[in-house]
Design a protein around this ligand. Structure first.
Ligand code: PLP
Length: 450
């Protein structure tokens, strides 16, 4: 019988993170301060430990993973690579479909892969508390767990709409000892400012980031942690792609196309960047980021300098953005509702080294249900974006009689998202395409630099 799972040993957990900067044809665009000048590492020192700042700006190809971190990774890594035989059969496609399953982590997604090293380096630096934000609750859960493991207090600003939609993510964070506040809150200047203007604000990742950054910047013993977007976060996630390469070697196969859902870019970077190293060395492999049509930062955003948060507290990153004051519709893939994207992913996309697609909400749920019925796993709504793109490609292969090898990152499970699935089954979900006017209008609000 054909093999379904490709499993590695704990000794195969990567010893180093892979830094794509070493293989990019052009150096990353600099991060700018409020004066429009490139910032130095010191500008970030109020909210991040120096070890992470060094990773943020490093051009070294390999960065060693501390033993304490690898030891915790053993709880869920290496994660399995599956061949989706049953999905292939259900689609009747000649394509081969593989997926890497990050939902095996305790927190249920890839995000804990970076929460653990971030907690570790903050602990090393003598920090007592982490302030952070969460959209759908995946990142907040991951940070709560990692903080617990290193004895750090964790305070999570949770986007209001998710706070209301996903009470059990809150319970999970409480179980791991974190404090959870609905954002916008009245605990910070940023939150109070938003509430004064929009008392019924559903919140957004950008607003929650402003609140957490403000708290970290104004408290010496408190640092900030971000679950995606930044270079060091994508760096930590490269263990996914490195493991996958070993697993493809076991399978005697290699992907033609790699898909991942894309919000801030961390699981896409994590799975795709190690394969980019092969691509840079001449190998044919297509890397595809998949985002929601309702939050189409890569496919319809502006490539420009913008703030990472809504209020404008962070330095300026050059990225594809819908504008930092973007408040997304309450779609059910909370992890994909960020206004911008990773600067590394944005630059690679701008230079046409990777691809991007946008998929409407109903298509993603339809794909997720088809996947669950064939393979068993109920995917996170974010992951459904990649699945929709893979199914589309697999059906194209069927039409053209092509036997491509398709690979996607199943970034998390959907066990806390069943209310969203229920809404889908009740036909209460809608497609929402982000309006063209709003995209134009965002241009006027971008910070002026240069
Ligand atoms: C957060 C999240 C994403 C999207 O975030 P990225 O930073 O783009 O990885 C995708 N899938 C799941 C399950 C998530 O929790």
């Amino acid at each position: 019988m054909a093999q379904t799972k490709f499993l590695l040993d704990e000794s195969d957990i990567p010893t180093h993170w892979y830094n794509i900067v070493a293989d990019m044809p052009n150096a990353p665009a600099p991060v700018l301060g409020p004066d429009g000048q490139p910032i130095g590492p010191d500008a970030l020192a109020a909210i991040f430990p120096m070890a992470l700042i060094e990773q943020e700006v490093s051009a070294e190809r390999w960065i060693a993973i501390p033993d304490e971190v690898r030891e915790i990774y053993r709880l869920w890594r290496p994660s399995p690579l599956f061949r989706a035989h049953r999905l292939e059969a259900a689609l009747g496609t000649p394509a081969k479909i593989y997926y890497k399953y990050e939902g095996v982590s305790a927190a249920g997604s890839h995000k804990v892969n970076t929460a653990v090293p971030q907690a570790y380096y903050n602990k090393q630096a003598g920090i007592k508390r982490i302030a952070t934000e969460t959209g759908a609750g995946q990142w907040g859960s991951s940070m709560a767990l990692a903080g617990q493991m290193f004895g750090l207090e964790v305070r999570v600003y949770m986007v209001k709409v998710s706070y209301d939609q996903k009470p059990f993510r809150r319970s999970m964070m409480h179980t791991w000892g974190a404090e959870v506040l609905a954002s916008p809150s009245n605990r910070t200047e940023s939150g109070r400012k938003i509430l004064a203007a929009h008392p019924d604000s559903p919140g957004s990742l950008g607003i929650a980031i402003s609140e957490a950054v403000e708290e970290a910047a104004t408290n010496k013993d408190t640092n900030y942690a971000l679950g995606s977007v930044l270079n060091h976060v994508l760096l930590h996630q490269t263990i996914i792609g490195q493991e996958a390469k070993k697993q493809f070697a076991l399978a005697g196969d290699y992907p033609d196309m790699i898909f991942a859902p894309c919000g801030g870019g961390s699981n896409f970077g994590g799975v795709a960047f190690p394969f980019f190293a092969d691509k840079a060395a001449g190998k044919q492999v297509r890397l595809v980021a998949v985002e929601p049509s309702s939050c189409p930062s890569l496919t319809r955003g502006h490539y420009a300098y913008d703030f990472g948060d809504s209020v404008g507290l962070t330095p300026l990153l050059k990225m594809y953005t819908l504008g930092h004051d973007f408040v997304p519709p309450g779609i059910h893939a909370g992890g994909l509702r960020y206004h911008g994207d990773s600067a590394l992913v944005s630059q690679l996309y701008h230079e046409k080294l990777i691809e991007a697609l946008a998929v409407p909400q109903l298509t993603t749920f339809k794909a997720g249900v088809a996947f669950a019925r064939a393979e068993g796993i109920v995917p996170a709504p974010e992951s459904n974006h990649a699945i929709a793109a893979v199914i589309d490609e697999a059906l194209r292969c069927k039409e053209n009689g092509e036997q491509k090898t398709l690979f996607f990152n199943l970034s998390g499970h959907g066990h806390f998202d069943m209310a969203s699935y229920d809404k889908y089954f009740a036909e209460e979900l809608e497609d929402y395409s982000y309006p063209e006017e709003a995209i134009h209008e965002a241009l006027d609000h971008l910070p002026k630099v240069g």
